[in-house]
Design a binder for this molecule. Sequence first.
Ligand SMILES: CC(C)(COP(=O)(O)OP(=O)(O)OC[C@H]1O[C@@H](n2cnc3c(N)ncnc32)[C@H](O)[C@@H]1OP(=O)(O)O)[C@@H](O)C(=O)NCCC(=O)NCCS
Length: 178
Amino acid sequence: MVNVEKLTNKKLAIELKPYCDQNHVKTISWLNSEDIKNTFGLTYHITVEQHDSWLKKNPNYLMWTINYKEVHVGNISLQINNRHHSANLQIYIGDNRFRGKRIGYHTMLLLLNELFTKSEINRIELCTLTDNKIAIALYKKIGFTFEGTHRQVIFKNNKYFDQYYWSILAEDWHDIRN
Ligand SMILES: CC(C)(COP(=O)(O)OP(=O)(O)OC[C@H]1O[C@@H](n2cnc3c(N)ncnc32)[C@H](O)[C@@H]1OP(=O)(O)O)[C@@H](O)C(=O)NCCC(=O)NCCS
């Protein structure tokens, strides 16, 4: 239902490219960095082998690299639910020198536009930790709707953390853009 193809915003020099094995090393270093672990509530260290085998066992998990001026700066991924025409989205600008330059915002617009105009995807959902102000600002700015709080859903460092849930529907996207 969704094809992982190259998507480009030429004017802004942002390109989303299909993720491949050559991207593993950089990706794993980001996923194991403290700031990405903290923002996603990850509690364990991931190896290249675990990541590789997980991707191969999960054909409905689709991934693109985010490239800015030809530099791989982050990743965006979807866990697709074909039955319900929905997907769970994750994004990170792994290289923190490239944060705050609107790359996240334009990457989201590029992918959401593709999904809502060229595929059957009807709903995109995602979650944020409650203190991730930048991600919350980003999703609000795009037009995501707040759906509620999952209380104490993460257990990390002997503490429980809440998560906020957000979604955007195809009809929201068309309303916002028209
Ligand atoms: C969250 C993330 C993807 C946002 O991408 P980004 O390219 O850094 O953000 P953008 O530059 O597109 O900014 C989008 C909005 O976020 C807010 N924002 C961005 N940087 C900010 C900062 N330093 N302080 C406060 N708000 C900020 C602003 O509202 C901004 O909109 P504006 O430029 O119109 O003011 C990126 O910062 C990131 O990867 N962070 C670490 C991982 C993460 O938190 N992923 C999301 C998990 S839910």
